[in-house]
Design a protein around this ligand. Structure first.
Ligand code: 8DG
Ligand code: MG
Length: 343
């Protein structure tokens, strides 16, 4: 039965560690009988009163899987607030790359190294979905400036990727008619393949039917406003309060494809999560010449809005490569932008 008592609003603060060994991450199975028992998890546990999250994580990793983690080398990955109905949690998720020891399940639980691409949403508690997204998504989206010249895109891409290890391309050309946009996208796709980076299409979900090899669709708010009203969908009112709507009802693209949404407010971030977004961009972080009328957010507001968001969020607008650590430090996934790479 859902907990409607006075302590319901207080989420349990949980320190969660994504312990990484190269491309693999450490997974455990939650002991049956515990909350979410039997499901897979990233090791971790409740933060004790007065304890820092890093200290809690060091303690939990030692107690649960016998690893000695270095708190200095931990990096914030994502924070997720989730209400399970019977219990509400704040998962404070950190990447742990510096550790000593060989993991073993000290509470009798099976532990395993798994490749990030092999993780299955449904094997984990539902609150973990944004964690899996955050692990798969790049730290940067290269958003194209206005152009229908594949040569220009190719040159810019080659130059940009010579100084980066992980990025994706967001082909944004709102000035082009759909046919011209798709022609360009057909030419850009092999470039992205050759560089081994994902290509996100920008516009309506139907673009993906014409170009199914693209990684996914990034929706501007003008398209979001045309989607069916999630609130009128069958049986969703209570789900909306919990911030979870089954993807089958609201998500406008197939499960294996990425769905991104351009957002500018907490309400738009909340709606993005309702339609099953894998990530959102949040703008403008800084003043920009493209939207001088929009009030810049700054990192403090960014941090607050991102904390309540239910998917990874990129800072966008007047940001550059050196802002990736700032974004991550303020709870974001990284950055998205045009001006810092486009010539
Ligand atoms: N550790 C961990 N907890 C998760 C994950 N996803 C998720 O929803 N949770 C929830 C389940 C629990 O309600 C809560 C964590 O509690 P826990 O049972 O791990 O706490 P703990 O290690 O301190 O265990 P205990 O002392 O209560 O036995 O967070 C995850 O990936 N890892
Ligand atoms: Mg635990």
């Amino acid at each position: 039965m859902p907990n409607t008592g006075p302590d319901r609003a207080l989420p349990v603060h949980v320190a969660v560690g994504v312990v990484a060994d190269g491309a693999r991450v450490l997974i455990a199975r939650r002991p049956s009988g515990k909350h979410m028992g039997g499901l897979l998890e990233f090791p971790g546990g409740k933060v004790d009163p007065g304890e820092s999250v890093r200290a809690a994580l060091v303690r939990e990793l030692a107690e649960e899987v016998g690893l000695e983690a270095d708190p200095v080398g931990m990096e914030p990955l994502i924070q997720i607030e989730h209400d399970y109905g019977d219990k509400s949690v704040l998962l404070d998720v950190w990447r742990v790359r510096d550790f000593k020891g060989v993991p073993r399940g000290l509470e009798g639980q099976p532990v395993n190294w798994m490749r990030v691409e092999d993780l299955n949403d449904t094997d984990f508690p539902v609150a973990n979905r944004p964690i899996i997204r955050a692990l798969r998504l790049p730290p940067e989206w290269l958003v194209t400036g206005e152009s229908d010249d594949v040569g220009q895109i190719s040159r810019n891409l080659a130059l940009a990727l010579s100084v980066r290890s992980r990025s994706g391309l967001l082909l944004r050309q709102p000035q082009l008619a759909v046919e011209a946009y798709l022609r360009l996208a057909h030419e850009v796709l092999p470039l992205c393949k050759a560089h081994g980076i994902p290509l996100m299409l920008h516009g309506g979900p139907s673009l993906l039917q014409v170009l199914p090899e693209a990684a996914g669709i990034h929706l501007p708010q003008s398209v979001v406003r045309q989607l069916p009203d999630v609130r009128s969908a069958k049986g969703t009112p209570s789900s909306i309060q919990q911030g979870f709507v089954p993807a089958s009802e609201a998500r406008p693209v197939a499960a294996g494809k990425w769905l991104g949404v351009s957002c500018h407010s907490p309400a738009e971030l909340a709606h993005a999560a309702l339609i099953g977004a894998d990530y959102a961009t949040l703008s403008p972080l800084n003043p920009t010449s493209s939207h001088p009328e929009r009030e810049p957010l700054g990192w403090d507001s960014f941090r607050g809005w991102v904390r309540a968001a239910r998917c990874p969020v990129y800072a966008m607008g007047g940001v550059g490569l050196r802002d990736i650590p700032s974004s991550i430090g303020h709870g974001g996934q990284g950055i998205a932008g045009i001006s810092h790479w486009w010539r």
